[in-house]
Design a protein around this ligand. Sequence first.
Ligand SMILES: Nc1nc2c(c(=O)[nH]1)N[C@H]1C(S)=C(S)[C@@H](COP(=O)(O)OP(=O)(O)OC[C@H]3O[C@@H](n4cnc5c(=O)[nH]c(N)nc54)[C@H](O)[C@@H]3O)O[C@H]1N2
Ligand SMILES: Nc1nc2c(c(=O)[nH]1)N[C@H]1C(S)=C(S)[C@@H](COP(=O)(O)OP(=O)(O)OC[C@H]3O[C@@H](n4cnc5c(=O)[nH]c(N)nc54)[C@H](O)[C@@H]3O)O[C@H]1N2
Ligand code: SF4
Ligand SMILES: [Mo]
Length: 678
Amino acid sequence: MSADLVSTVCPYCALGCGMYIRVEGGRAVGIEYMADHPVNEGALCPKGNAALEILHHSDRLLHPLRREGDVWVQISWDQALDLVAGAIKQALQRGGPDSLGFLSSSKATNEANYLIQKLARVLGTNNVDNCARLCHAPSVFGLGRSLGTGAMTNPISDLENSRCIFVIGSNFAETHPIVARWVMRARDRGARVIVADPRKTPTSWMADLFLQIRPGSDLALLQAMMKVILDQGLMDHRFIAERTRGFQDLADSLRGFSLEWASDVTGVTVADIVRAAREYARSEASSIVYSMGITQHVCGTENVVACSDLAMICGHLGRPGAGLFPLRGQNNVQGACDMGALPRVYPGYRRTKHQNSVDTFRSGWNVSCLPAEGGFTANEMLDAALEGRISTMYVVGENPVSSEPHSGKTRRALEGLDFLAVQDLFMTETARLADVVLPAAAWAEKEGSFTSTERRVQWTSQAVMPPGEARSDLWIVSEVARRLGLDFNYSGPQEVLEEINRMVPSYAGITRERLSAVGGAIWPCPSPDHPGTPILHHDGFVTPDRRGRILPVTYTPPVDSLTDEYPLQLITGRLSLHHNTGSMTRRSPSLLSRVPDLDVEIHPEDARELQVEDGQMVVVSTRRGETRAQARLTPRVRKGTAFMSFHFPGTNLLTADALDPTSRIPELKASACKIVRW
Ligand SMILES: Nc1nc2c(c(=O)[nH]1)N[C@H]1C(S)=C(S)[C@@H](COP(=O)(O)OP(=O)(O)OC[C@H]3O[C@@H](n4cnc5c(=O)[nH]c(N)nc54)[C@H](O)[C@@H]3O)O[C@H]1N2
Ligand SMILES: Nc1nc2c(c(=O)[nH]1)N[C@H]1C(S)=C(S)[C@@H](COP(=O)(O)OP(=O)(O)OC[C@H]3O[C@@H](n4cnc5c(=O)[nH]c(N)nc54)[C@H](O)[C@@H]3O)O[C@H]1N2
Ligand code: SF4
Ligand SMILES: [Mo]
């Protein structure tokens, strides 16, 4: 490798694809493919290929800013940091630690996330969360309950060894494109692919069996598949007996279960349900790939538990090609959770309510007192802000105004705060509401580690200097903490990683030295000479008795009900060329030029009734708000449903804020809507 090639990891999705950045004269001028990377083998998707476009973009925040009325005033770092620290001090004096709220960033490094949650906790509050709440919180809870840990069980490349891949609520061909390479390889080796999605997506084109399910009805499908497996005796009796508990409760819960009812609810024929069940159960090694299509529902945790039940009753866990693949979303959402940027767990998923977790961190951090009460989740913080219980928020690398449901409410909550600080690369919809905006360095402008969806921790090196006065998240957070009198005197990310090695047992062996190699290391990695653990649950689950818990589930329909006034089911999700709220990809010219506007996909038969033509502007409205979009007529959506991305502001004005009672994820995938010509 020549001196001007810098090794880094793609900043978009959680696959953790490696790439080299070519640097000339201090500028990032091109990407070189990392052919020996274990996940992407050099390949990159369109977003990865366009990643450099945001680095030198003219919209980058270059200086700290303070809002004065409607005007932004450039201020010095000293002034900005004093303002943030001063506001935090004032909140502590007036309302106590729980009047503070922190949103940590699943786009920031492990080291920055570790420091953000440490700052919150040392100040006395567990009010810290990250966008996993809107994403895979149901996996953390659901798999946590059934298997003892919420992480993906097998590495991505292991999909190649599967003989049957059941994809439910994931459109990886657009959202995790490199996964499609491994699934195609499995297909080349004879694997069968089953896809359940209300839309015909590019992922469904790969399917041998496509189940065009009604949104929100996955539990009925999963229960029906298990019913078929039980009735036809396709279970793995030995696995059930030796590795699990609770099978009988599940069997009892399915005794009177009707496949015809499930077919009515899901819109999938009984014959297809039976085919799916038989193919999944009977293959030598089956995997389940799932994502937002099943987690973003009021029954998100139950959906995840049902997937885990299905895998356990068939013994499809803990072996090559047999596993559960909750495909994580953001580049470092796995790491943000591992680092404890969650309100009810300290780093390493140690529960706040367990006295020994609190004691471990009290002595490790050398502080006299730490909070043991669970804190607020992101959506609870917004509610608490509306009620005046949270007065001051510090938002790092998140854009809740566009990513949380019911934006009207989010906006009101943030506008009502005494003080809001936002730390981002760009002036986002959320940053516009801030009192102080802090310019952050992007991934290639700093160093640190990121943890991918397969628990792979990788180091990314600094390729270029941040623009203007932008600084790394780690530097900014440490400076705020120091102004609050805290001992955050880290020399850089490496020293923080050393603390993580000491405090998080599964990261104990993940040292800076270890991360020098391409592909890094996969946790659990308890010591520097440990090889890492690509496949979890090989000889036991992470529960106290090492047995998995098979748990009965109950069907719950979407909350936002369809009526004559709101007759269509609105699904929201993603397109291949944009990322989340679009802060980055709408500033990436090669991506924006191909998808410049917000579209709503409507089935041609629905469009005929609505008298809407392709390309026409329409108003989409729900019980919460309305937005304009361009109609795209396509038979790829189910009749009776419509689809919008949330890559442009507006979509989340519409979405419902009904929450899954366990994980507190909102039902972003099912909102009753109406569409009229504009
Ligand atoms: N290009 C691109 N890639 C991304 C992102 C991005 O914004 N753009 N974001 C990243 C992030 S943060 C995440 S979390 C992942 C998400 O990755 P995915 O979960 O794959 O993305 P989504 O489009 O949100 O939803 C997946 C599919 O669920 C389907 N679906 C909707 N409702 C239901 C339902 O009730 N049941 C079933 N079975 N399916 C349903 C949708 O039609 C959609 O095709 O992608 C990551 N990668
Ligand atoms: N309707 C609807 N809403 C959804 C979803 C859906 O499917 N439908 N999906 C949900 C999901 S799965 C997710 S994960 C959330 C995502 O929600 P968010 O995380 O709020 O969305 P992003 O657009 O990814 O925002 C990340 C921000 O971080 C900034 N950033 C990037 N790198 C850095 C960095 O190094 N440091 C700092 N400080 N900032 C950085 C970016 O500029 C961007 O503004 O959205 C959720 N919202
Ligand atoms: S698949 Fe994900 S990590 Fe890989 S290049 Fe695309 S966006 Fe980046
Ligand atoms: Mo996500």
